[in-house]
Design a protein around this ligand. Structure first.
Ligand SMILES: [Zn+2]
Length: 416
């Protein structure tokens, strides 16, 4: 990252609640960094960032609390914009079967695959699901995640989809981490609707969506558009019904084949299209024209041993923002935390460290429609930040399995 020149004339002489001093700052508001810097927090927002030389008085006279970072780095808290964090059951046995050379069909016949997760979620009480997800979210928080999207999609009937969203809501109320719940009723075709996928889509549209809307338990609607899931036409029906109810939409698109889902989603001004390994130039153009964020999920690519990477050159050429996310789920991306994903984004998808870090901060926030208040450290934005014990931001992409979190602040409160 390049160093930003000191802003010069502006001086900080206000008083704040918390003042971080002697820090290095990667605000992610732009490509630069500010070394030997300070950051002031007032209430739940960032009030000021600048070099130490901009302080008009001794730090102690400007703040209720002063935190000396001794040269450590401050970045915005990580935004994980695509997760399936709520599940029950284990797929570890299935992993062993895969390693032993069993095919997906053989695994399914022996009770594995996504429907084993659906079964376990349906059998689990809301409390049980909450406790399982609580453990996962705690681990994410300890790795510097301050905002997380959580999808339903393992209930696949009205009662259990609503149960999953209720758990997401409880997580948001019980954790300082900001939770964005997404309704993903059209994730897979439940076994009881085998050969009747249009009837299931009717159920999603006519019963689930209105109930999700009336309970106010999701902020967006997602669909898995793929040959093994829902067709482009079915996706369009769900999107139309969602838009009529005032939901923003997003899409699992072009992961295993080109279903032209991204162009469809762009037509609905989707927040994001996610996966995108098989995205066509036409789909990319539609995304660029509608300001849709590309959410890249190298964890699933890695775990499934895929070989085709998303069209990174197209994203860059067309100025499509690239977000990076764990896609944490028990079947295809059992990946805990963002630093492994930063490393995979760089090594598997060819991102630069700067691109990867923007992917887990400002562009992650963009993918959730939250970039006006999250994802970068700028005056007026939420004071969601992490102090990292690293020599440079690139360390977060370079090391695998190291967790150098020092301090986590969310909405102006030190939570870790
Ligand atoms: Zn997913």
């Amino acid at each position: 990252m390049t160093k930003t020149k000191s802003p010069g004339a502006s001086r900080y002489s206000s008083t704040c609640d918390t003042l971080f001093i002697n820090a290095n700052l990667a605000t992610m508001a732009g490509p630069g960094t500010i070394e030997n810097a300070c950051l002031a927090v007032k209430g739940n927002t960032v009030e000021w960032t600048g070099p130490m030389t901009s302080l008009a008085a001794p730090p102690e006279s400007l703040a209720g609390k002063v935190i000396d970072c001794s040269g450590k780095w401050i970045l915005p808290g990580f935004v994980d914009c695509h997760t399936h964090m709520i599940w029950a059951g284990s797929r570890a046995k299935e992993f062993q079967m895969r390693l032993a050379g069993k095919t997906y069909e053989e695994i399914s016949r022996q009770g594995g695959g996504i429907f084993s997760t659906v079964r376990a979620v349906r059998e689990a009480s809301e409390d049980r699901l909450f406790n399982l997800a609580k453990d996962r979210l705690t681990r994410f928080l300890h790795q510097g995640v301050t905002c997380v999207e959580i999808k339903s999609g393992y209930g696949l009937d009205p009662e259990n989809e609503l149960k999953m969203l209720a758990v997401a809501g409880r997580l948001g109320r019980n954790f300082p981490v900001h939770v964005e719940p997404t309704f993903l009723g059209a994730h897979a075709l439940p076994p009881e609707f085998s050969e009747r996928s249009d009837d299931y889509v009717d159920l999603v549209i006519n019963e689930m969506l209105p109930r999700v809307k009336s309970q106010g338990i999701a902020t967006a609607v997602d669909v898995f558009c793929e040959t093994i899931a829902f067709s482009r036409n079915q996706t369009e029906r769900v999107f139309r019904a969602s838009a009529d109810l005032g939901f923003r939409v997003k899409l699992h698109a072009e992961q295993l084949s080109d279903s032209d889902g991204s162009a469809l989603a762009a037509g609905f001004n989707a927040l994001s299209c996610d996966h995108l390994e098989y995205l066509s130039p036409k789909g990319a153009e539609a995304m660029a024209n509608h300001g849709v964020t590309a959410v890249l999920l190298p964890g699933a690519f890695y775990f499934l041993k895929e070989t085709r990477i998303p069209p990174m050159a197209l994203f860059r050429k067309m100025g499509i923002p690239m977000a990076l996310s764990t896609d944490i789920n028990p079947g295809t991306s059992p990946v805990f935390g963002m630093t492994p994903v930063l490393n995979m984004g760089c090594l598997l998808f060819g991102m630069t460290c700067e691109e990867a870090l923007a992917g887990v901060t400002i562009n992650g926030a963009k993918a959730l429609g939250l970039d006006h208040k999250k994802g970068s450290l700028e005056p007026g934005k939420d004071a969601d930040l992490v102090v990292w014990d690293i020599d440079s931001p690139a360390d977060l992409c370079y090391f695998v399995g190291r967790n150098p979190v020092e301090t986590v602040m969310i909405s102006g409160e030190i939570v870790l």
